[in-house]
Design a protein around this ligand. Structure first.
Ligand code: SF4
Ligand code: SF4
Length: 229
């Protein structure tokens, strides 16, 4: 797994939690929920399939995508899909955190990571957070037509190809490299639009199906595309 660089706020939360030696049970204060929603694991599949955790409240960090490792800290390339609960608009807080009374609004159906997270002893979450992650294939792999589209998108918007283009050009993107990246961005935009135009897919499902728009990911990597007028 390739290590990039960037600190994360969650890591300091985990570190500070390690000093809470006097705590032995969860106070249900929702402080951890304010740091971000959980990633889902195979154990959570039934929650999604039964609709208790609806896809429109999830998003995907796609395999190969540069993403923050909330426990170890820093940016890494995701080894598999990481399906996560979305954040509340403009914050890092989990969508299901209800700060009016500091409660989880789906407490009875909270995912595995939330069940095992003990801020005073993080050994259990550290042992499992990157194991048996739930992928898009686990959830929609049997939906013919849709799954093929997702696979095609994954292939045409491949992060290994993007990385190769950036590495070969040592970050100086121009000429053919620029055209290649632009083609990827345009494909990414068009498939999202096509799915919405030709099917009755809820727009809120798009971040789960196709992850973060390539344009935003490339911006994070320092490559900006201006919108054509
Ligand atoms: S695990 Fe989360 S909800 Fe429980 S006491 Fe710690 S910060 Fe609060
Ligand atoms: S699902 Fe519930 S327990 Fe888990 S992070 Fe969100 S609000 Fe907190």
């Amino acid at each position: 797994m390739e290590k990039l660089n960037k600190k994360t706020d969650y890591k300091s939360f985990i570190k500070s939690a390690q000093n809470k030696s006097d705590q032995s049970e969860c106070k249900r204060c929702c402080t951890c929920c304010a740091k971000g929603g959980p990633a889902l694991h195979k154990d959570d599949l039934d929650l999604v399939k039964s609709g208790k955790l609806h896809g429109k409240f999830l998003f995907t960090i796609r395999e190969g995508e540069p993403a923050e490792d909330n426990v170890k800290g820093g940016l890494i390339q995701a080894e598999t899909d990481v399906v996560k609960i979305k954040s509340k608009d403009g914050t890092e807080a989990c969508l299901y955190a209800d700060f009016s009374n500091n409660q989880c609004s789906i407490y009875e159906n909270r995912p595995l990571e939330c069940k095992v997270l003990k801020c005073w002893d993080t050994s259990e979450i550290e042992a499992l957070y990157d194991k048996d992650r739930l992928t898009r294939k686990d959830i929609i792999g049997e939906i013919q037509g849709l799954w093929e589209l997702v696979e095609e998108h994954q292939e045409k918007c491949s992060f290994s190809e993007v990385k190769q283009i950036i590495d070969e050009n040592q970050g100086k993107i121009a000429g053919k490299a620029l055209e290649q990246l632009l083609e990827i961005v345009q494909y990414d935009i068009s498939i999202r639009a096509l799915v919405l135009e030709k099917t009755d897919t809820d727009p809120n499902l798009i971040p789960f199906l196709f992850g973060t728009p390539m344009q935003l990911i490339l911006r994070k990597l320092g490559i900006e595309f201006k919108q054509r007028t």
